[in-house]
Design a protein around this ligand. Structure first.
Ligand code: PLP
Length: 402
């Protein structure tokens, strides 16, 4: 008999999409995978050398549960440079990826019966972790074309039980990048209603609007004492499987999480910690620049291809590395007898007919969306998107003729 909490959370839709793509590939199909939430590229040399050096030095022991002090210090320096705000080592926790940082935040801050505001479409782990902490997710819809939430809608969702708001800019899945005014308004609201802000900024390196990433603590320095700013090296350095992330938070949260991590994972992987330390000490930024350049070119090429879609607006894709299509007009325009009625049906159709894997918006709490990654190898991404455009554009004609 399983514990009830297991039934609180669904299977991960993004993991299911990844598994479906892997199974199709194992069955010999030449599938183009635009479902993955990672950039397909080799990690930086400095990271690999750091890991090898740590292994060769015989590094094998537990570290402090919230990570090596030297790495926490290096992250404080990096974040001070990135945000223009001074961060101290005692405000940094190293985690096993952003996911553990977010779970730490949920366990440290949410009590049963607390309400936590989440902007939807959203990465499904946010509500899952809120539920695991015994609290209640309260959704606020962010609508196309911008997918930036209206501050009035957020305010309307606040009740005396609201404990926190989770934001994610640049956003997975929508690619939205929240403007400074929105971030300031969210900050004001958090102060007025005494809420915690959990700000997942793990796509901070991927902003394509010409501006630099704007953290909520930069837009509104007054919220620093109530913000848990979660980040990771997973996406930035293309090391999703290495599991290394971090968060910045007031020292009271750091002490609480030190206790939690000591009873859960003991410490983040020591080899990965040394590898990142080496990168922060000796990396020259060329990997990050090349990665940004590659994604920026891929985004431009992809947007051009997607502009050929009929009845689907070209997505914003201002940040992260996802094209997020709003299929509502497209689906509504299909013949009444069509067997394709939803974004889920379209994701299935693309997998079956076009050999392209993508993630339907239902995974993110949005029946109309479709997420396509531009982190795939550029030539494959372009072929995949061409297949998407051909398949969708011909669907209406085929269905009408059927
Ligand atoms: N936060 C968001 C918004 C994500 O999209 C992801 C991964 O897809 C994560 C966190 C998890 O990051 P990590 O692999 O560092 O745990």
């Amino acid at each position: 008999m399983l514990a009830q909490r297991v039934n609180l959370v669904p299977d991960s839709g993004t993991a299911a999409a990844r598994e479906a793509a892997e199974m199709a590939a194992a069955a010999g199909r030449r599938l183009i995978d635009l479902a993955a939430g990672e950039v397909i590229i080799e990690p930086p040399t400095s990271v690999r050398e750091g890991a090898i050096a740590a292994i060769n030095a015989g590094t094998n022991r537990y570290t402090d549960s919230i990570g090596l002090t030297s790495l926490r210090k290096a992250i404080a320096e990096k974040m001070s440079a990135d945000t223009g705000i001074d961060w101290n080592t005692d405000e940094i926790v190293i985690t096993a990826g952003a996911k553990q940082g977010l779970l730490d935040a949920a366990l440290a801050v949410f009590d049963p019966a607390d309400e936590v505001i989440i902007i939807r479409p959203c990465w499904p782990t946010f509500p899952a972790q809120v539920l695991l902490a015994g609290a209640k997710p309260v959704f606020v819809e962010a609508r196309p074309p911008t997918y930036v939430p209206e501050i009035t809608a957020i305010r309307a969702a606040v009740t005396p039980r609201t404990k926190a708001i989770i934001i994610n800019s640049p956003n997975n899945p929508t690619g939205a990048v929240y403007d400074r005014t929105t971030l300031q308004a969210i900050g004001d609201l958090a102060i007025n209603y005494q809420l915690w802000i959990v700000s997942d900024e793990c796509y901070s390196s991927f902003v394509f609007t010409g501006a630099r990433h704007q953290s909520i603590v930069m837009a509104h320095p007054g919220v620093r004492s109530r913000t848990i700013l979660v980040n990771a090296f997973s996406k930035e350095l293309a090391i999703t499987g290495w599991r290394l992330g971090y968060f910045l938070a007031p020292p009271e949260i750091v002490s609480a999480v030190k206790k939690l991590q000591s009873h859960t994972t003991s410490n983040p992987n020591v080899i990965a910690q040394h590898a990142i330390l080496r990168h922060l000490q000796f990396g020259d930024g060329s990997f990050e620049r090349a990665m940004h350049q590659r994604l920026s070119l891929a985004r431009n090429a992809g947007l051009l291809i997607l502009s050929g879609l009929h009845d689907v607006a070209t997505p914003g894709a201002n940040g992260s590395f996802f094209f997020y299509l709003d299929l509502s007009r497209f689906v509504a325009g299909l013949p009444a007898n069509s067997c394709v009625r939803s974004a889920d049906d379209i994701a299935r159709l693309l997998l079956d007919e076009a050999d392209v894997a993508c993630v339907a918006g239902t995974t993110f709490g949005d029946v109309n969306g479709l997420r396509l990654s531009f982190g795939a190898p550029p030539d494959l991404m372009e072929s995949g998107l061409r297949r998407v455009v051909e398949t969708l554009n011909s669907l209406k004609t085929r269905q009408a003729a059927a």
